[in-house]
Design a protein around this ligand. Structure first.
Ligand code: SF4
Length: 607
């Protein structure tokens, strides 16, 4: 059999027929890095990335959208109760029909994509998998490609594989999965596949060869099935952050111009019992500041992008302050967001923290997110393993807010809580007490004028490879045997009211997940009544502010309108917002193009 012509790799960013969140259409760093690595090897590739607002708008267009939009303004606005009840019934019926329509469209989409793969004689199909429905559609595509194109090798990667590891392959129709990063492993597999197809070998021979290499330890980061069908994983090897290729973005790719910068990877603490980040990112790595700065400058210069998100799970203030100093020294204009962790001994270090955050804010920091988890020291240490006290968290928030007041620059601070959460056995602490302590913490911040801009609340659930999942009984969790397979395909949205999430067959000290969702919803209600904005994520903040939504009211308006756009699939609002963000990002970038800025101009010409 001869199959050495055609496309070497088709890379699909998995999709579920509609937008999942506001950040879907942001620039795709992971795909950008893979594209760079594949182009460097001279591969012939096709990128199928439906996460563009133009595509979403055309794809989801259907007759129900106008009525859904109309109903949404009554149901989620201030209508009279009686009308709202009947409208809600209509809304639910329409939503059911809408789901059916999207499903039919997706079936056709998957079929067309499989046909395209077949027509182009694609040697390797790479799928970037995400949670929930997008994972289920990844499996559907893999199954159809398996039937239609028996010579196409199917490889899954992306956030869902990174999180679920071998479980992602156990019951899925992929040939292999690649864990954590694909630059080296994927390119190696493509080389092997091309070479063997050139020699007239079959796909099963290719799979056998790759499996042999995996068994011999000659290929890293690979999840595969051995001769007995047992799913295994080869050792993980990560490129040093300093050696990672910079992403290659297409110009005018229809994406939102907010770029991800790998200033660090992972979490420098990495010991929280509930957190899945260390499992995904491995040990903490900080990138050489000069490389970070070079990437920022290159992105500004070549892409006209001035908005960034730092990728680290928690960027330590020692690193962000040095990056900030370098940005300021170079005279760069940009804005960015990042995740942070509360500082130990923050109360005693308040002055130092304020001064440091002032420098960081001057360099362009506009949003930070940090985990509070719970305002109870015993739970923080015994259950969460957080390594911070309530005081540390409180005074870190206070210092960040104070720094932004001193600089007269608005900085969004988002905090997250896990409620309800496990309680230390024999402590006598009750969920009611925890709720009251959480509310008291927020009340105090508000009364002292250090109110965070957003509060995210989620119920506790054991995620793969966390201490909570490995030792569920110790924390009071009860989970069915197929728990990981269930949450692998579980569809939820962090930014949506948890009481709307589907049931999950787990319990905490006998409390069903549905009841936990209700408790989280109750805390959300209380927090909202206190005057807080809830469930707005970091990407919402950066997007809302860049699109011109100011103050708390602006953030809430943005949140409501973007949620409605996602619910109704009427993407007019998102389209306008993305356009404004792109203009804003471009304007920021252009501030670096002045003739006085030596970095970008050499002899009056952009360098
Ligand atoms: S929750 Fe935050 S601080 Fe804790 S390990 Fe995860 S990323 Fe690090």
């Amino acid at each position: 059999m001869r199959n050495f012509q055609g496309i070497d790799l088709l890379l699909w960013n998995s999709f579920m027929g509609k937008a999942y969140s506001v950040s879907d259409c942001f620039k795709e760093n992971g795909i950008g890095v893979l594209v760079r690595a594949c182009k460097n090897e001279g591969f012939n590739i096709i990128i199928e990335d439906p996460a563009r607002i133009d595509f979403y708008t055309t794809f989801t267009k259907n007759d129900l959208t106008p009525r859904l939009s109309e109903l949404s303004t009554h149901i989620f606005g201030k209508g009279d109760i009686e009308n709202t009840v009947s409208m809600r019934r209509e809304w639910n019926d329409l939503q059911d029909n809408h789901t059916k329509i999207i499903k039919e469209k997706m079936e056709k989409y998957i079929e067309d994509l499989a046909q395209k793969i077949s027509k182009n004689k694609v040697k390797v199909l790479g799928i970037k998998t995400w949670l929930g429905d997008r994972f289920a559609y990844s499996e559907k595509l893999a199954k159809r490609v398996g039937e239609l194109c028996p010579n196409t090798l199917i490889i899954a990667g992306g956030p869902q594989v990174n999180q679920f590891k071998t479980h992602a392959l156990e019951k899925s129709p992929f040939d292999f999965c690649i864990d954590v990063e694909g630059e080296t492993t994927l390119t190696k597999i493509i080389h092997i596949t091309k070479e063997m197809y050139c020699q007239g070998r079959t796909k099963s021979e290719v799979i056998k060869r790759i499996t042999e290499l995996a068994e011999a330890g000659e290929i890293f980061n690979l999840i595969y099935k051995d001769g007995n069908g047992t799913v295994k994983e080869t050792p993980i090897k990560r490129l040093s952050l300093n050696l990672k290729p910079l992403p290659l973005y297409e110009k005018e790719d229809g994406k939102v111009n907010i770029a991800v910068i790998n200033e660090s990877s992972g979490c420098y603490y990495g010991k929280c019992n509930f957190c899945t980040h260390p499992n995904i990112t491995g040990r903490y790595q900080a990138r050489d500041i000069n490389i970070t700065l070079a990437e920022i400058k290159k992105t500004i210069r070549e892409m006209g992008v001035g908005l960034f998100r730092f990728a680290g799970s928690t960027t330590p203030v020692s690193l962000s302050s040095r990056i900030a100093d370098a940005i300021t020294k170079e005279g760069l204009t940009l804005e960015y967001s990042m995740f942070v962790r509360a500082e130990n001994r923050a109360r005693e270090r308040t002055d130092e923290l304020i001064e440091t955050y002032e420098r960081i804010i001057r360099s362009g920091l506009r949003a930070v997110f940090l985990g509070t988890e719970v305002a109870n020291n015993e739970i923080l240490s015994k259950i969460m393993g957080k390594g911070n006290s309530v005081d540390d968290i409180y005074f870190t928030i206070q210092a960040i807010k104070q720094a932004s007041y001193n600089q007269r620059k608005h900085l969004d601070v988002g905090v997250s809580f896990i409620y309800p959460c496990p309680i230390p056995p024999g402590s006598g602490i009750t969920h009611e007490q925890v709720l009251e302590e959480n509310l008291c913490f927020l009340r105090k911040l508000k009364s002292e004028n250090y109110m965070p801009d957003s509060v995210l609340i989620t119920p506790a659930a054991p995620l793969p490879a966390t201490v909570w999942q490995i030792e569920p009984r110790r924390f009071g969790f009860n989970m069915p045997e197929d728990y990981l397979q269930t949450i692998l395909r579980y569809e939820y949205e962090l930014t949506k009211d948890p009481s709307t999430w589907p049931e999950l067959n787990i319990s905490l000290e006998g409390m069903k997940f549905m009841d936990m969702l209700k408790m989280a919803g109750f805390m959300e209600k209380k927090v909202r009544e206190m005057g807080y904005t809830v469930n707005v994520s970091d990407e919402h903040c950066l997007a809302a502010r860049s699109a011109g939504f100011v103050g708390q009211r602006g953030l809430e308006e943005f949140k409501i309108k973007s949620d409605l756009a996602l619910l109704t699939t009427n993407y007019g609002f998102l389209r306008d917002v993305y356009q404004k963000i792109n203009e804003y990002s471009r304007n920021l970038a252009e501030k670096n193009f002045s003739s006085t800025n030596k970095i970008f101009f050499v002899g009056g010409k952009a360098s």
